[in-house]
Design a protein around this ligand. Structure first.
Ligand code: ARG
Length: 459
Protein backbone atom coordinates (compact mmCIF):
# COMPACT_ATOMS: atom_id res chain seq x y z
CA UNK A 1 0.00 0.00 0.00
CA UNK A 2 1.30 3.50 -0.88
CA UNK A 3 2.75 5.35 2.12
CA UNK A 4 0.61 8.18 3.41
CA UNK A 5 3.71 9.79 4.89
CA UNK A 6 5.50 9.99 1.50
CA UNK A 7 6.59 13.58 1.13
CA UNK A 8 10.02 14.24 2.46
CA UNK A 9 10.95 10.84 1.03
CA UNK A 10 9.22 9.13 -1.84
CA UNK A 11 7.85 6.57 0.60
CA UNK A 12 9.46 3.56 -0.98
CA UNK A 13 11.09 1.33 1.59
CA UNK A 14 12.85 -1.98 1.59
CA UNK A 15 10.34 -4.85 1.63
CA UNK A 16 11.90 -6.45 4.68
CA UNK A 17 11.87 -3.08 6.43
CA UNK A 18 8.19 -2.65 5.57
CA UNK A 19 7.31 -6.02 7.08
CA UNK A 20 9.45 -5.30 10.11
CA UNK A 21 7.85 -1.92 10.67
CA UNK A 22 4.27 -2.97 10.10
CA UNK A 23 1.92 -3.63 13.01
CA UNK A 24 -1.28 -4.35 11.12
CA UNK A 25 -1.04 -8.10 11.75
CA UNK A 26 -1.79 -7.48 15.39
CA UNK A 27 -3.32 -3.99 15.62
CA UNK A 28 -6.08 -4.82 13.13
CA UNK A 29 -8.06 -6.12 16.07
CA UNK A 30 -8.50 -2.46 17.14
CA UNK A 31 -10.38 -1.47 13.97
CA UNK A 32 -13.62 -0.71 15.81
CA UNK A 33 -11.89 1.51 18.36
CA UNK A 34 -9.92 3.26 15.63
CA UNK A 35 -13.06 4.04 13.66
CA UNK A 36 -15.07 5.12 16.71
CA UNK A 37 -12.23 7.39 17.82
CA UNK A 38 -12.06 8.92 14.35
CA UNK A 39 -15.80 9.57 14.36
CA UNK A 40 -15.49 11.51 17.61
CA UNK A 41 -12.57 13.43 16.17
CA UNK A 42 -14.51 14.35 13.01
CA UNK A 43 -17.43 15.49 15.16
CA UNK A 44 -15.12 17.68 17.25
CA UNK A 45 -13.51 19.23 14.15
CA UNK A 46 -16.95 20.40 12.94
CA UNK A 47 -18.06 21.41 16.44
CA UNK A 48 -15.06 23.76 16.62
CA UNK A 49 -15.52 24.98 13.03
CA UNK A 50 -12.22 23.46 11.89
CA UNK A 51 -14.01 21.58 9.09
CA UNK A 52 -17.51 22.06 7.67
CA UNK A 53 -20.47 20.28 9.26
CA UNK A 54 -21.21 18.60 5.92
CA UNK A 55 -17.62 17.38 5.67
CA UNK A 56 -17.78 15.97 9.17
CA UNK A 57 -21.03 14.17 8.36
CA UNK A 58 -19.56 12.70 5.19
CA UNK A 59 -16.53 11.47 7.15
CA UNK A 60 -18.67 9.98 9.91
CA UNK A 61 -20.95 8.24 7.41
CA UNK A 62 -17.97 6.95 5.47
CA UNK A 63 -16.43 5.62 8.67
CA UNK A 64 -19.60 3.89 9.76
CA UNK A 65 -19.85 2.19 6.37
CA UNK A 66 -16.26 1.04 6.66
CA UNK A 67 -17.03 -0.33 10.12
CA UNK A 68 -20.06 -2.22 8.84
CA UNK A 69 -18.06 -3.56 5.88
CA UNK A 70 -15.23 -4.81 8.07
CA UNK A 71 -17.70 -6.32 10.54
CA UNK A 72 -19.53 -8.18 7.79
CA UNK A 73 -16.32 -9.32 6.10
CA UNK A 74 -17.09 -7.34 2.92
CA UNK A 75 -13.95 -5.29 3.45
CA UNK A 76 -10.92 -7.45 4.18
CA UNK A 77 -8.16 -5.66 6.06
CA UNK A 78 -5.23 -5.11 3.72
CA UNK A 79 -2.17 -6.37 5.55
CA UNK A 80 0.19 -4.45 3.30
CA UNK A 81 -0.93 -1.28 5.13
CA UNK A 82 1.48 -0.15 7.83
CA UNK A 83 -1.07 -0.24 10.61
CA UNK A 84 -4.81 -0.13 11.24
CA UNK A 85 -4.84 3.67 11.49
CA UNK A 86 -3.32 4.03 8.00
CA UNK A 87 -5.62 1.39 6.59
CA UNK A 88 -8.82 3.05 7.81
CA UNK A 89 -7.75 6.51 6.69
CA UNK A 90 -6.65 5.27 3.25
CA UNK A 91 -9.94 3.42 2.80
CA UNK A 92 -11.89 6.54 3.79
CA UNK A 93 -10.00 8.64 1.29
CA UNK A 94 -10.51 6.00 -1.37
CA UNK A 95 -14.25 6.21 -0.76
CA UNK A 96 -14.66 9.98 -0.16
CA UNK A 97 -11.80 11.58 -2.05
CA UNK A 98 -10.41 14.88 -0.76
CA UNK A 99 -12.77 15.13 2.25
CA UNK A 100 -11.30 11.94 3.69
CA UNK A 101 -7.91 13.63 3.85
CA UNK A 102 -9.28 16.22 6.31
CA UNK A 103 -9.80 13.69 9.09
CA UNK A 104 -6.20 13.77 10.22
CA UNK A 105 -6.32 17.53 10.98
CA UNK A 106 -5.19 18.28 14.55
CA UNK A 107 -4.32 14.67 15.18
CA UNK A 108 -1.36 12.30 14.97
CA UNK A 109 -1.04 8.55 14.93
CA UNK A 110 0.72 9.01 18.25
CA UNK A 111 -2.37 10.17 20.12
CA UNK A 112 -4.54 7.98 17.90
CA UNK A 113 -2.77 4.74 18.85
CA UNK A 114 -2.75 5.70 22.53
CA UNK A 115 -6.50 6.32 22.31
CA UNK A 116 -7.30 3.10 20.45
CA UNK A 117 -5.24 0.97 22.80
CA UNK A 118 -6.91 2.48 25.86
CA UNK A 119 -10.38 1.99 24.39
CA UNK A 120 -9.61 -1.57 23.39
CA UNK A 121 -8.20 -2.49 26.79
CA UNK A 122 -11.11 -0.88 28.65
CA UNK A 123 -13.41 -3.34 26.89
CA UNK A 124 -11.06 -6.21 27.66
CA UNK A 125 -11.04 -5.20 31.34
CA UNK A 126 -14.82 -5.59 31.35
CA UNK A 127 -14.58 -9.03 29.80
CA UNK A 128 -11.90 -10.13 32.26
CA UNK A 129 -14.01 -8.81 35.16
CA UNK A 130 -17.07 -10.72 33.95
CA UNK A 131 -15.04 -13.95 33.76
CA UNK A 132 -13.51 -13.32 37.18
CA UNK A 133 -16.99 -12.83 38.64
CA UNK A 134 -18.26 -16.00 37.01
CA UNK A 135 -15.42 -18.09 38.41
CA UNK A 136 -15.79 -16.49 41.85
CA UNK A 137 -19.50 -17.36 41.90
CA UNK A 138 -18.72 -20.92 40.82
CA UNK A 139 -16.23 -21.22 43.67
CA UNK A 140 -18.88 -19.91 46.08
CA UNK A 141 -21.45 -22.41 44.83
CA UNK A 142 -19.06 -25.36 45.12
CA UNK A 143 -17.88 -24.14 48.53
CA UNK A 144 -21.45 -24.08 49.79
CA UNK A 145 -21.95 -27.62 48.53
CA UNK A 146 -18.80 -28.81 50.32
CA UNK A 147 -18.95 -26.63 53.42
CA UNK A 148 -18.96 -29.73 55.68
CA UNK A 149 -16.45 -31.86 53.74
CA UNK A 150 -13.52 -32.30 56.11
CA UNK A 151 -10.11 -32.44 54.52
CA UNK A 152 -6.59 -31.96 55.79
CA UNK A 153 -5.25 -28.43 55.46
CA UNK A 154 -1.55 -28.39 54.56
CA UNK A 155 1.59 -26.47 55.28
CA UNK A 156 4.80 -27.54 53.51
CA UNK A 157 2.46 -29.97 51.71
CA UNK A 158 2.36 -31.91 55.00
CA UNK A 159 -1.00 -32.55 56.64
CA UNK A 160 -1.42 -29.81 59.21
CA UNK A 161 -4.87 -29.06 60.61
CA UNK A 162 -8.46 -29.90 59.67
CA UNK A 163 -10.32 -27.65 57.27
CA UNK A 164 -13.17 -28.18 54.83
CA UNK A 165 -13.06 -28.34 51.07
CA UNK A 166 -15.48 -25.41 51.09
CA UNK A 167 -13.04 -23.34 53.14
CA UNK A 168 -10.21 -24.21 50.78
CA UNK A 169 -12.21 -23.19 47.70
CA UNK A 170 -13.23 -19.92 49.34
CA UNK A 171 -9.57 -18.95 49.73
CA UNK A 172 -9.48 -18.72 45.92
CA UNK A 173 -12.76 -16.78 45.77
CA UNK A 174 -11.25 -14.21 48.12
CA UNK A 175 -8.12 -13.92 45.93
CA UNK A 176 -10.23 -13.38 42.84
CA UNK A 177 -12.12 -10.57 44.60
CA UNK A 178 -8.81 -8.77 45.00
CA UNK A 179 -8.11 -9.38 41.31
CA UNK A 180 -11.43 -7.78 40.43
CA UNK A 181 -10.58 -4.77 42.52
CA UNK A 182 -7.21 -4.47 40.82
CA UNK A 183 -8.82 -4.55 37.36
CA UNK A 184 -11.17 -1.82 38.54
CA UNK A 185 -8.15 0.28 39.50
CA UNK A 186 -6.52 -0.35 36.12
CA UNK A 187 -9.73 0.77 34.40
CA UNK A 188 -9.78 4.00 36.35
CA UNK A 189 -6.30 4.96 35.14
CA UNK A 190 -6.94 3.71 31.61
CA UNK A 191 -10.08 5.81 31.21
CA UNK A 192 -8.07 9.02 30.71
CA UNK A 193 -8.25 10.39 27.18
CA UNK A 194 -5.00 11.11 25.32
CA UNK A 195 -6.65 12.30 22.09
CA UNK A 196 -5.73 15.87 21.25
CA UNK A 197 -2.18 15.48 22.54
CA UNK A 198 -1.40 15.13 18.80
CA UNK A 199 2.18 14.19 17.91
CA UNK A 200 3.55 15.34 21.28
CA UNK A 201 3.05 19.07 21.63
CA UNK A 202 -0.67 19.61 21.17
CA UNK A 203 -1.88 21.69 18.25
CA UNK A 204 -2.34 25.25 17.04
CA UNK A 205 -5.98 24.49 16.13
CA UNK A 206 -8.65 25.48 18.61
CA UNK A 207 -9.70 21.93 19.53
CA UNK A 208 -11.97 20.67 22.30
CA UNK A 209 -10.41 17.66 23.96
CA UNK A 210 -13.17 17.37 26.54
CA UNK A 211 -15.77 17.10 23.76
CA UNK A 212 -13.96 14.09 22.27
CA UNK A 213 -13.34 12.46 25.64
CA UNK A 214 -17.00 12.79 26.64
CA UNK A 215 -18.20 11.39 23.36
CA UNK A 216 -15.96 8.36 23.78
CA UNK A 217 -16.99 7.78 27.39
CA UNK A 218 -13.68 8.69 29.04
CA UNK A 219 -13.77 9.95 32.63
CA UNK A 220 -11.14 12.64 32.08
CA UNK A 221 -8.52 14.10 29.75
CA UNK A 222 -4.78 13.71 30.33
CA UNK A 223 -3.31 17.07 31.28
CA UNK A 224 0.11 16.80 29.65
CA UNK A 225 0.44 16.16 25.92
CA UNK A 226 3.87 14.50 26.24
CA UNK A 227 2.49 12.11 28.83
CA UNK A 228 -0.60 11.65 26.67
CA UNK A 229 1.39 10.07 23.85
CA UNK A 230 4.11 8.33 25.83
CA UNK A 231 2.23 6.88 28.78
CA UNK A 232 1.88 3.11 28.62
CA UNK A 233 1.51 2.60 32.37
CA UNK A 234 -1.99 1.31 31.77
CA UNK A 235 -0.55 -1.55 29.70
CA UNK A 236 1.97 -2.42 32.40
CA UNK A 237 -0.69 -2.21 35.10
CA UNK A 238 -3.02 -4.49 33.19
CA UNK A 239 -0.18 -6.93 32.47
CA UNK A 240 0.67 -6.95 36.13
CA UNK A 241 -2.94 -7.43 37.29
CA UNK A 242 -3.28 -10.27 34.78
CA UNK A 243 -0.01 -11.81 35.98
CA UNK A 244 -1.39 -11.97 39.49
CA UNK A 245 -4.63 -13.53 38.24
CA UNK A 246 -2.49 -16.13 36.48
CA UNK A 247 -0.53 -16.71 39.69
CA UNK A 248 -3.81 -17.48 41.44
CA UNK A 249 -5.06 -19.70 38.64
CA UNK A 250 -1.78 -21.59 38.50
CA UNK A 251 -1.83 -22.27 42.25
CA UNK A 252 -5.39 -23.55 41.92
CA UNK A 253 -4.38 -25.61 38.88
CA UNK A 254 -1.48 -27.14 40.77
CA UNK A 255 -3.89 -28.21 43.49
CA UNK A 256 -6.31 -29.60 40.93
CA UNK A 257 -3.42 -31.62 39.48
CA UNK A 258 -2.37 -32.90 42.91
CA UNK A 259 -5.91 -33.61 44.08
CA UNK A 260 -6.75 -35.59 40.97
CA UNK A 261 -3.61 -37.77 41.24
CA UNK A 262 -3.85 -41.31 42.61
CA UNK A 263 -1.68 -40.20 45.51
CA UNK A 264 -4.40 -37.81 46.73
CA UNK A 265 -7.63 -38.80 44.93
CA UNK A 266 -9.51 -35.92 46.53
CA UNK A 267 -11.34 -35.01 43.33
CA UNK A 268 -12.50 -36.55 40.09
CA UNK A 269 -12.29 -34.17 37.15
CA UNK A 270 -15.04 -34.32 34.58
CA UNK A 271 -14.10 -36.14 31.37
CA UNK A 272 -14.75 -32.85 29.57
CA UNK A 273 -11.61 -31.36 31.07
CA UNK A 274 -9.17 -34.26 30.89
CA UNK A 275 -7.39 -36.22 28.19
CA UNK A 276 -6.20 -39.78 27.82
CA UNK A 277 -2.77 -41.08 26.98
CA UNK A 278 -1.99 -42.47 23.54
CA UNK A 279 -0.13 -45.40 25.12
CA UNK A 280 -1.26 -45.84 28.74
CA UNK A 281 -4.92 -46.89 28.82
CA UNK A 282 -5.38 -46.13 32.52
CA UNK A 283 -4.52 -42.45 32.21
CA UNK A 284 -6.85 -39.51 32.76
CA UNK A 285 -4.64 -36.48 32.53
CA UNK A 286 -5.42 -33.00 33.88
CA UNK A 287 -4.03 -31.29 30.74
CA UNK A 288 -6.18 -28.18 31.07
CA UNK A 289 -4.96 -27.44 34.57
CA UNK A 290 -1.38 -28.11 33.45
CA UNK A 291 -1.78 -25.71 30.54
CA UNK A 292 -3.15 -22.97 32.79
CA UNK A 293 -0.13 -23.51 35.07
CA UNK A 294 2.16 -23.48 32.03
CA UNK A 295 0.69 -20.40 30.40
CA UNK A 296 1.33 -18.43 33.56
CA UNK A 297 5.00 -18.37 32.59
CA UNK A 298 4.29 -16.81 29.25
CA UNK A 299 2.07 -14.11 30.76
CA UNK A 300 4.85 -13.20 33.23
CA UNK A 301 7.05 -13.04 30.13
CA UNK A 302 4.67 -10.55 28.51
CA UNK A 303 4.84 -8.33 31.58
CA UNK A 304 8.61 -8.44 31.83
CA UNK A 305 9.11 -8.02 28.09
CA UNK A 306 7.09 -4.84 27.95
CA UNK A 307 8.40 -3.40 31.21
CA UNK A 308 11.88 -3.88 29.78
CA UNK A 309 10.88 -2.22 26.50
CA UNK A 310 9.65 0.88 28.36
CA UNK A 311 12.76 1.18 30.49
CA UNK A 312 14.83 4.19 29.53
CA UNK A 313 12.64 5.34 26.61
CA UNK A 314 13.00 9.09 26.17
CA UNK A 315 9.81 11.13 25.84
CA UNK A 316 7.68 11.24 23.83
CA UNK A 317 6.64 8.56 21.28
CA UNK A 318 9.21 5.99 20.14
CA UNK A 319 8.52 3.12 17.80
CA UNK A 320 9.60 0.73 20.56
CA UNK A 321 6.17 1.39 22.04
CA UNK A 322 4.52 -0.51 19.21
CA UNK A 323 5.68 -3.59 21.16
CA UNK A 324 3.01 -2.88 23.81
CA UNK A 325 0.24 -4.48 21.82
CA UNK A 326 1.51 -8.00 21.21
CA UNK A 327 2.42 -8.34 24.88
CA UNK A 328 -0.84 -7.04 26.25
CA UNK A 329 -3.05 -8.76 23.67
CA UNK A 330 -1.37 -12.09 24.35
CA UNK A 331 -1.83 -11.68 28.11
CA UNK A 332 -5.48 -10.66 27.71
CA UNK A 333 -6.29 -13.57 25.36
CA UNK A 334 -4.49 -16.03 27.60
CA UNK A 335 -6.08 -14.97 30.88
CA UNK A 336 -9.57 -15.01 29.38
CA UNK A 337 -9.08 -18.55 28.07
CA UNK A 338 -7.62 -19.68 31.41
CA UNK A 339 -10.46 -18.17 33.46
CA UNK A 340 -13.00 -19.82 31.22
CA UNK A 341 -11.35 -23.26 31.36
CA UNK A 342 -10.83 -23.08 35.12
CA UNK A 343 -14.48 -22.20 35.58
CA UNK A 344 -15.43 -25.28 33.58
CA UNK A 345 -13.13 -27.51 35.62
CA UNK A 346 -14.35 -26.23 38.98
CA UNK A 347 -18.03 -26.34 38.12
CA UNK A 348 -17.85 -29.95 36.91
CA UNK A 349 -15.43 -31.62 39.32
CA UNK A 350 -16.62 -34.08 41.96
CA UNK A 351 -15.08 -33.97 45.40
CA UNK A 352 -14.31 -37.45 46.78
CA UNK A 353 -15.22 -36.46 50.31
CA UNK A 354 -14.65 -39.92 51.82
CA UNK A 355 -11.04 -39.89 50.62
CA UNK A 356 -10.56 -36.38 51.96
CA UNK A 357 -11.88 -37.51 55.32
CA UNK A 358 -9.66 -40.61 55.37
CA UNK A 359 -6.63 -38.45 54.65
CA UNK A 360 -7.69 -36.13 57.44
CA UNK A 361 -7.84 -39.09 59.83
CA UNK A 362 -4.34 -40.22 58.97
CA UNK A 363 -2.16 -37.18 59.28
CA UNK A 364 -2.32 -36.41 63.03
CA UNK A 365 -3.92 -33.12 62.12
CA UNK A 366 -5.51 -33.18 65.60
CA UNK A 367 -2.15 -33.06 67.40
CA UNK A 368 -2.52 -29.31 68.00
CA UNK A 369 -5.96 -30.00 69.44
CA UNK A 370 -4.49 -32.52 71.87
CA UNK A 371 -2.01 -29.86 72.97
CA UNK A 372 -4.87 -27.34 73.33
CA UNK A 373 -6.74 -29.92 75.45
CA UNK A 374 -3.77 -30.14 77.82
CA UNK A 375 -3.56 -26.35 77.95
CA UNK A 376 -7.26 -26.39 78.91
CA UNK A 377 -6.28 -28.65 81.81
CA UNK A 378 -3.73 -26.13 83.03
CA UNK A 379 -0.45 -27.04 81.28
CA UNK A 380 1.68 -24.32 79.63
CA UNK A 381 1.45 -24.66 75.80
CA UNK A 382 5.13 -25.57 75.30
CA UNK A 383 4.85 -28.52 77.75
CA UNK A 384 1.56 -29.57 76.22
CA UNK A 385 3.18 -29.44 72.76
CA UNK A 386 5.95 -31.85 73.89
CA UNK A 387 3.51 -34.35 75.41
CA UNK A 388 1.40 -34.36 72.24
CA UNK A 389 4.54 -34.83 70.15
CA UNK A 390 5.50 -37.89 72.21
CA UNK A 391 2.00 -39.32 71.87
CA UNK A 392 2.14 -38.85 68.08
CA UNK A 393 5.56 -40.55 67.90
CA UNK A 394 4.21 -43.48 69.91
CA UNK A 395 1.18 -43.79 67.63
CA UNK A 396 3.37 -43.75 64.51
CA UNK A 397 5.58 -46.52 65.91
CA UNK A 398 2.58 -48.63 66.84
CA UNK A 399 0.29 -48.07 63.89
CA UNK A 400 -2.25 -46.09 65.96
CA UNK A 401 -3.91 -42.68 65.70
CA UNK A 402 -4.83 -40.28 68.49
CA UNK A 403 -8.48 -41.26 68.10
CA UNK A 404 -7.80 -44.88 69.12
CA UNK A 405 -4.81 -44.57 71.47
CA UNK A 406 -5.93 -46.38 74.68
CA UNK A 407 -6.61 -44.17 77.69
CA UNK A 408 -3.98 -46.02 79.79
CA UNK A 409 -1.38 -45.09 77.20
CA UNK A 410 -2.56 -41.47 77.17
CA UNK A 411 -2.15 -41.41 80.94
CA UNK A 412 1.44 -42.58 80.65
CA UNK A 413 2.13 -39.38 78.74
CA UNK A 414 0.22 -37.24 81.24
CA UNK A 415 -1.85 -38.06 84.27
CA UNK A 416 -4.18 -35.15 83.68
CA UNK A 417 -5.66 -36.80 80.59
CA UNK A 418 -9.20 -38.15 81.00
CA UNK A 419 -11.71 -39.87 78.75
CA UNK A 420 -12.81 -36.51 77.38
CA UNK A 421 -9.58 -36.57 75.32
CA UNK A 422 -11.47 -38.56 72.67
CA UNK A 423 -13.91 -35.70 72.20
CA UNK A 424 -11.03 -33.28 72.01
CA UNK A 425 -9.28 -35.18 69.21
CA UNK A 426 -12.35 -36.17 67.21
CA UNK A 427 -12.00 -34.60 63.77
CA UNK A 428 -15.50 -33.14 63.76
CA UNK A 429 -14.84 -31.41 67.06
CA UNK A 430 -11.38 -30.25 66.02
CA UNK A 431 -12.99 -28.57 63.06
CA UNK A 432 -16.12 -27.36 64.87
CA UNK A 433 -14.11 -25.69 67.62
CA UNK A 434 -12.14 -23.54 65.19
CA UNK A 435 -14.73 -20.80 65.47
CA UNK A 436 -12.36 -17.84 65.12
CA UNK A 437 -13.44 -15.30 62.49
CA UNK A 438 -12.48 -16.47 58.98
CA UNK A 439 -11.96 -20.05 60.16
CA UNK A 440 -12.91 -23.33 58.44
CA UNK A 441 -16.32 -24.16 59.99
CA UNK A 442 -19.38 -24.53 57.81
CA UNK A 443 -20.85 -21.42 59.43
CA UNK A 444 -17.73 -19.43 58.65
CA UNK A 445 -17.72 -20.67 55.04
CA UNK A 446 -21.31 -19.43 54.67
CA UNK A 447 -20.28 -16.07 56.10
CA UNK A 448 -17.39 -15.90 53.60
CA UNK A 449 -19.70 -16.71 50.70
CA UNK A 450 -22.09 -13.97 51.73
CA UNK A 451 -19.30 -11.47 52.14
CA UNK A 452 -17.74 -12.32 48.75
CA UNK A 453 -21.11 -12.04 47.03
CA UNK A 454 -21.69 -8.66 48.61
CA UNK A 455 -18.29 -7.51 47.40
CA UNK A 456 -19.03 -8.74 43.88
CA UNK A 457 -22.13 -6.57 43.79
CA UNK A 458 -20.09 -3.51 44.76
CA UNK A 459 -17.42 -4.00 42.09
N1 ARG B 1 1.71 1.38 14.67
C1 ARG B 1 2.16 2.39 15.57
C2 ARG B 1 2.14 1.84 17.03
O1 ARG B 1 1.53 0.86 17.25
C3 ARG B 1 1.27 3.59 15.50
C4 ARG B 1 1.94 4.88 15.83
C5 ARG B 1 2.93 5.25 14.82
N2 ARG B 1 3.45 6.56 15.02
C6 ARG B 1 4.56 6.96 14.40
N3 ARG B 1 4.93 8.17 14.64
N4 ARG B 1 5.22 6.19 13.62
O2 ARG B 1 2.75 2.38 17.90
Amino acid sequence: MAKMWAGRTDGTTNKAADDFNSSIRFDKRMYKQDITGSMAHAAMLAHKGIIEQSESEAIINGLSEILADIDSGRLPIDETAEDIHMFVEAELTKRLGAVGKKLHTARSRNDQVALDTRMYLLEECDEISALLKELTLTLCARAEEYKDAIMPGYTHLQRAQPITFGHHLMAYAVMLCRDLDRIKGVKKRTAVSPIGSCALAGTTYDTDRKFEADRLGFDSVCINSLDGVSDRDFCVELLSAISLIMAHLSRLSEEIILWSSWEFKFIELSDDFTTGSSIMPQKKNPDMAELVRGKTGRVYGDLLAFLTTLKGLPLAYNKDMQEDKEAVFDAVDTVKACLNITNGEISTLTALTENMKKAAQKGFINATDMADYLVGKGLPFRDAYKISGRAVAYCIENGLVLENLPIEKYREFSQIIDNDIYDAVSLENCLGKRTSFGGPTAQSVLMQIESVKKELESI
